[in-house]
Design a binder for this molecule. Structure first.
Ligand code: GCB
Length: 623
């Protein structure tokens, strides 16, 4: 074999960067349809046939050349080939229609026992009927597919996408069949790779498949693709935002913004790019808060199209170590949550599962949740708006990723942009988190500070944060001086005194904190494990009593921090994690939940609930 020339190497590097998003997916990612589920939709949820393909035989030929890159583009499972009536004996070595089916949305691990630990490719196929109406446009939309997906309609490739927790949107207007009979095929591959986001090492289950809703949105030829209707930065009397049209007639159009209940109505004109920005006086708005989660019916009308949303309005800002919601001090009574329904156990499959998680958080006394460690379902953000819970939303820049790889950075930035795009109209979202427990070092600081700058450029009305690193000195001082803190709005860090360090729960009150930043301290994690129903004394690891004592003493220790403005202990419910191997106490579950995987509340739940009751009495009454 001849070694590649430098030119060839350069070319392959450029192609590598471009291949992160190929086909229409690339365009789609820059402008996700705002409130896509609220458009006119045809749901493709339900039963999908699947084929397990660990060798990727449906994607590559025997020389390992991809079928979809061949001259005919044919040969892969996405052809969904069926025997024809010809006399020729045909060889077809797969058959979707006679293969097993699973429910979508839903991870594959929880639907077929032989897939519990599976990492690799699975093909999915769904038939649907849709006859396009002339003049309309159609978008195929997936809430999330973990991790790399190749998507085909009627045997033609639509695009490829990487990232397991952000929406995928593909225009299919010209690709629907005239007869109305269509089929969509998805190759989903959840193989972990060191250069991806997240990387190979995490403390959560690598659930594969089409884990969120699938539907087709129908829009007019020129339509309202995106909008932001929020309060201006730190200014409760000004409504600010934009409307973006897409389509051949996007320039010079009138769009009417109407918030009838607030007596607000304004007609805007789009510019040459189809965009109209606005700043309007908004004195009469009743502000959104956890105590009173007021949302307004907001409508945007362009010609025959009206898009409707329910939007709350609030401000969030920091002042030294104080944290102000609508100008008033607030204490964030939070809890961390994974996108998992422990009762399945598997990825949450829709509104019912998500509402159950948030109802538990409310019962705990929360006014705040950390949606760790990746973008959660858009429905979760809407429920948080409705139920009055503030949100920390995050991207899976987790532990040690490939800091020096430009493609890895682009990927992280894309996931962050998509998260912000999806959540920017939700009053509940007050924090964009750019990562969790990333290790100190120059390449990481460069990567993370660039991400922080990007987040601020995309949305200056929310706080930017990350779970920072800490270190201890022999004098029992815990130092938070991670240089990344300079770029962030909160002093947030994960702190595991009494579990990973610091001795028994009764010993941890000796620790004090030295926090370099004059910023609100919002602790992003603390906690320890307990197996529900296992009892011992406060020094018996894994017992409910140990976890209970740990929470009692954590609260004592943390209450001494000047500037403590909230916390999200780890975690609401036990969750599946391959790292957690102890056959008696863990059994494949991270047991730091305050609620077990069968829904049983552990003793520590009540400790935190009582602390939050006291904090609520102190802050929510304005005392
Ligand atoms: C952490 C991580 C979280 C883990 C947790 C644990 O610091 O951020 O993802 O699950 O600790 O249980 O160790």
């Amino acid at each position: 074999m001849t070694p590649p020339t430098p030119l060839k190497l350069l070319l392959s590097l450029i192609l590598g960067v471009l291949s992160l998003f190929t086909g229409p997916a690339a365009q789609a990612q820059t402008s996700l349809i705002q409130n896509a589920p609220g458009r006119r939709v045809l749901s493709l949820n339900g039963s999908w046939n699947y084929i397990i393909d660990p060798y990727e035989n449906g994607f590559y030929d025997y020389r390992r050349e991809a079928f979809d890159k061949s001259a005919t583009g044919k040969g892969g499972y996405y052809d969904n080939q069926k025997p024809s009536n010809s006399q020729e004996p045909e060889l077809i070595e797969y058959d979707f229609d006679h293969s097993a089916a699973m429910q979508i949305p839903g991870d594959w691990n929880s639907q077929d026992i032989k897939l519990l630990y599976y990492e690799g490719t699975i093909w999915f196929k769904k038939d649907f009927k849709l006859k396009p109406t002339a003049g309309k446009r159609y978008f195929l939309y997936f809430g999330a597919i973990n991790y790399e997906s190749h998507i085909y309609l009627n045997g033609k490739k639509l695009g490829m996408h990487k990232g397991g927790f952000t929406p995928i949107q593909l225009e299919i207007t010209d690709k629907l069949s005239a007869t109305g009979d269509n089929f969509v095929v998805v190759k989903a591959d959840n193989t972990r790779h060191t250069e991806e986001v997240p990387t190979i090492n995490t403390d959560w289950w690598n659930y594969g498949g089409i884990t969120r809703d699938v539907f087709i949105a129908e829009t007019p030829g020129t339509f309202i693709v995106d909008y932001k209707v929020q309060l201006a930065k730190d200014d409760a009397s000004t409504l600010a935002g934009y409307v973006q049209l897409d389509g051949p007639e996007k320039a010079g159009q009138s769009v009417t913004l109407n918030i009838a209940e607030a007596g607000l109505r304004q007609t805007l004109k789009t510019d040459g790019e189809g965009r109209a920005t606005f700043r309007l006086p908004a004195k009469k708005l009743k502000l959104w808060s956890p105590l009173s989660p007021t949302r307004y019916a907001v409508s945007l009308t362009n010609g025959s199209e009206t898009v409707q949303d329910k939007i709350g309005f609030r401000t969030i800002q920091t002042k030294g170590q104080d944290l102000l919601l609508n100008g008033k001090s607030i204490f964030l009574r939070g809890i961390s949550i994974h996108d998992e329904n422990p009762l399945i156990p598997g990825r949450a499959r829709g509104e019912g599962d998500l509402r159950m998680l948030l109802t538990w958080a409310k019962e705990l006394g929360c006014n705040y949740v950390r949606l760790a460690h990746y973008p959660h379902n858009e429905i979760m953000l809407k429920l948080a708006d409705e139920m009055g819970l503030l949100v920390w939303a995050e991207v899976p820049v987790y532990w040690t990723i490939a800091w020096e790889n430009p493609t890895t950075y682009q990927n992280a930035e894309q996931q962050l942009s998509d998260l912000i795009s999806m959540g920017k109209n939700r009053a509940s979202v007050v924090v964009w988190s750019i990562g969790n427990e990333t290790p100190l070092g120059d390449p990481r600081l460069k990567f993370m500070s660039r991400l922080a700058t990007k987040a601020r450029a995309l949305d200056d009305t929310r706080l930017i944060a990350a779970a920072l690193e800490l270190h201890r000195t022999p004098d029992n001082v815990v130092h938070v001086d991670d240089p990344l803190g300079e770029f962030l709005d909160l002093a947030s860090f994960n702190e595991y005194a009494g579990w990973y360090w610091g001795g028994k729960p009764s010993e941890i009150t000796k620790y004090t904190f030295d926090i370099k930043y004059n910023k609100p301290v919002v602790i992003s994690e603390l906690g320890g494990s307990a197996l529900a129903g296992y009892h011992g004394d406060a020094e018996t690891r894994w017992s409910e009593e140990y976890q209970e004592a740990l929470y009692v003493n954590q609260i004592k220790m943390l209450s001494a921090i000047k500037g403590l403005r909230g916390m999200t202990p780890w975690i609401l419910v036990d969750f599946r994690a391959t790292r957690r191997q102890h056959p008696v106490y863990q059994n494949g579950f991270n047991r730091k939940g305050l609620i077990s995987n069968t829904g049983q509340k552990k003793k520590a739940f009540y400790v935190l609930q009582e602390y939050y009751r006291q904090q609520a009495a102190k802050y929510d009454t304005g005392k």
